[in-house]
Design a binder for this molecule. Structure first.
Ligand code: C5P
Length: 208
């Protein structure tokens, strides 16, 4: 039988990566973070002094494995840049095969925005992971700044950033962020990472 492909989609900082990594480890599957591809394209644009809102197709085609290993991909400038290059159909087209090749040989847990809808519409199990913008902004803050306290004005700015990025990802014409009809919805506001993993594992077992 063909290897298992599990799609994990949802908005920024909802807990997709945490779930996908843990699920991959548990199932002995490779993990693919597709957001890194768009981040690496945005990084190439910025480093070449190009505006990420401009045509990024050449940078997407030129992407190398070492671009994905850079340590400066998770900074606010690149959060924003990635969602700008990701809105370009030619960029998405250039990255599609890479994502499919990665998972087709071995199976994989793949996280992103369009995995269950576009990249792997036949995925064995699809999850849509979400949480309120406030929860997601708080989580992102703690990922970046650890236990440092967050003042209300900063939280509001972080919420606004996340809402702007979600709306850009959800309103684009090509592969918008949308829950696949057959995806299992998990709202993570009141769940620990362990509880989310537990729910997802139950669902995977049920499908097998
Ligand atoms: O998941 P992450 O926050 O790293 O993704 C960065 C950006 O890349 C997202 O805001 C989105 O615009 C884009 N992306 C996408 N499709 C994917 C994964 C990420 O459009 N499958």
């Amino acid at each position: 039988s063909r290897p298992l492909v599990i799609a994990v989609d949802g908005p920024a900082a909802a807990g997709k990566g945490t779930l996908a990594k843990a699920l991959a480890a548990k199932l002995g599957l490779p993990y693919l973070d597709t957001g890194l591809l768009y981040r690496a394209v945005a990084r190439r644009m910025v480093n070449a002094d190009l505006d990420p809102a401009g045509d990024a197709s050449a940078q997407a085609q030129a992407l190398q494995p070492e671009d994905l290993a850079r340590t400066d991909l998770r900074v606010p400038e690149i959060d924003r840049g990635a969602s700008l290059v990701a809105a370009q159909p030619a960029v998405r087209a250039a990255l599609l095969d890479r994502q499919r090749v990665f998972a087709t040989q071995t199976g994989a847990v793949v996280d992103g925005r369009d995995i269950g809808t576009v990249v792997f519409p036949d995925a064995d199990v699809k999850f849509f992971i979400t949480a309120s913008p406030r929860t997601r902004a708080l989580r992102r803050h703690h990922q970046v700044h650890g236990e440092a306290p967050l003042v209300e004005a900063d939280l509001e700015a972080a919420v606004a950033e996340i809402v702007a990025r979600d709306s850009r990802d959800s309103s684009r014409d090509t592969a918008p962020l949308v829950q696949a009809a057959d995806a299992v919805l998990i709202e993570t506001d009141d769940l620990s990472a362990e509880q989310v993993l537990e729910k997802a594992c139950e669902e995977v077992l049920r499908r097998q």
